[in-house]
Design a protein around this ligand. Structure first.
Ligand code: TAP
Length: 476
């Protein structure tokens, strides 16, 4: 791996002002939590504390639901769609205006490279608000005329795309006339709190959006609150199961966006350099903390050696380091806990007989770092082929026939994403129609669009977010 000169992004840290301490956002205001428990959020790139946030307890969560219910009944659901749309357009514009600051804040709290927060996360966040703002006054004309908002939505999101996951959940809920109580992840609460300020700046009526920070126990309280009409969760399959159990037998509607173990299938006729770029994006984008990551490379045996040689050469040129350096490709792992999980699975890869390779890559001394890693000699029985690693670790398997590729790709309890690389349209369609995955990319990977529905099959969850389908999750 090459050593590069430090090139700090123009969006330097001085662009953001982080308060030492944050309260909860309830009923349009930042209010002190009744619970006196606090959580410290750290910068994963240097382990320095960034801020302290409240850990909401049951009484705080109840206060947020009461505010959301009042706002739903008195203000938000009676408002004509066109008026709701205006608020969403305003939020989208403020996000654009504050995009640089939000990108820096996200990189500091999450560890992801500024190149990604600036060019991917933030543009997509704004795009989601613009997209659903546009739907707000068209629901009646699009066959949703008699559909009604569900009420108060309980939303719990993970740390890998903090503001983007918020946008995926909040924008369609608000466009359809619902109000929300949202819990961000424990390790990445700061952009959700900045979003709370944006709601104030946009003049959003109090109680329409409520943000309760905290750890898993706060998430549990949000999901279990009896006044939630809808639960929308993105996170691990394990917690998704607990939530499905907690919601079973209640009136609450549920959507779950869970884990994945995506296959990236490369046929022998594929444009090989293009495929290499897609494999790199598929597994190293966002340090591999991506539910739809292409974490299993399935390469046709006849081109495996050549493809792997080019892949290794490409990985040697990736730049790992300071997330605020605009040349950085691979940032920090989000938390010590996630780093431990990645290390454990990588060690299992070695002990079960696969061969790991990483570039000659010096890791910074402080912070949570894991080098890009490729395992070859992987079999379907290995843990690294079956379990979601959620880190920059690629497991390579080979196949001889399209039937074998499809059978290996589908040999997982997950069903979220897949990629197929071939120049033959018929082979592409043949393969895509047999893959059990919610999203299949063709000659590309990790491309997102607010107009396109996203979601899983099997243990990757159910329900769709994005596009017109994303509205249905919030209408009764
Ligand atoms: P989780 O541990 O499941 O956490 C997700 C959220 O749930 C966090 O806010 C978490 O709070 C909260 N939570 C934890 N225990 C809870 C409980 N018992 N009841 C209610 N809420 C609870 O996942 P993670 O580690 O943050 O995220 C990684 C996982 O998310 C991966 O498996 C990934 O594939 C999946 N993911 C899926 C998608 C889609 S679209 N399918 C997108 C992104 C991520 P704390 O943060 O305080 O623990």
């Amino acid at each position: 791996m090459e050593i590069f000169e430090y090139a700090p992004a123009p969006e330097a840290r001085s662009l953001v002002s982080i308060r030492p301490s944050y309260d909860l956002f309830i009923d349009g205001e930042f209010v002190e939590a009744e619970s006196d428990e606090r959580i410290v959020t750290v910068n994963p790139a240097d382990e320095e504390p960034l801020a302290e946030v409240a850990a909401a307890g049951d009484a705080d969560v109840a206060r947020a639901f009461a505010a959301a219910r009042r706002a739903f009944e008195r203000v938000w659901s009676p408002l004509p769609g066109a008026e709701r749309g205006k608020y969403l357009f305003r939020i989208a514009r403020i996000i654009q205006e504050r995009a640089r600051e939000l990108a820096v804040l996200e990189s500091l709290d999450n560890g992801k490279p500024i190149k990604e927060t600036r060019d991917v996360d933030l543009p997509l966040v704004a795009a989601h608000f613009f997209y659903y703002a546009g739907w707000a006054d068209k629901l009646a004309h699009a066959g949703h005329g008699s559909a009604r908002p569900l009420g108060v939505a309980a939303q719990v999101i993970p740390w890998n795309f903090p503001l983007l996951m918020l946008a995926w959940k909040v924008a369609p809920a608000l466009a359809t006339g619902n109000t929300v109580v949202l819990k961000p992840a424990e390790t990445t609460p700061l952009t959700a709190l900045a979003f709370a300020e944006i709601c104030q700046e946009a003049g959003l009526p109090p109680g329409v959006v409520n943000i309760v920070t905290g750890a898993g126990a706060t998430g549990q309280a949000v999901v279990a609150h009896p006044d939630a009409d809808k639960v929308a969760f993105t996170g691990s399959t394990e917690v998704g199961r607990q939530i499905a159990r907690a919601v079973a037998g209640t009136r609450k509607r549920l959507t779950l966006e869970l884990g994945g173990k995506g296959a990236n299938i490369v046929y022998d006729d594929a444009a090989i350099d293009q495929a290499v770029e897609g494999i790199v994006t598929g597994i190293f984008f966002n340090q591999g903390h991506v539910c739809c990551a292409g974490s299993r490379l399935l390469v046709q045996e006849s081109i495996a050696d050549e493809l792997l040689a080019r892949l290794r050469a490409r990985i040697e040129r990736l730049r790992l380091g300071d997330p605020l350096d605009k040349n950085t490709d691979i940032g920090a792992v989000n938390s010590a806990a996630q780093l431990a999980r990645i290390r454990e699975l990588a060690a299992a890869g070695e002990s079960e007989g696969a061969t790991g390779w990483s570039p000659s890559c010096p890791l910074p001394e402080r912070g949570y770092w894991f080098p890009p890693t490729v395992f070859t000699g992987v079999t379907q029985a290995h843990r690294i082929a079956r379990e979601e690693i959620f880190g920059p670790v690629l497991s390579v398997l080979t196949f001889r026939t399209p039937e074998e590729a499809v059978s290996k790709a589908n040999n997982t309890p997950y069903g979220l994403s897949a990629g197929v690389w071939t120049e033959k349209g018929s082979l592409m369609l043949w393969t895509a129609s047999r893959l059990r995955a919610g999203v299949v990319w063709s000659n590309t990977f990790n491309v997102f669009d607010p107009a396109s529905p996203f979601g899983g099959n099997k243990e990757s969850g159910y329900g769709r977010e994005g596009g017109r389908h994303g509205l249905e999750a919030y209408l009764g």
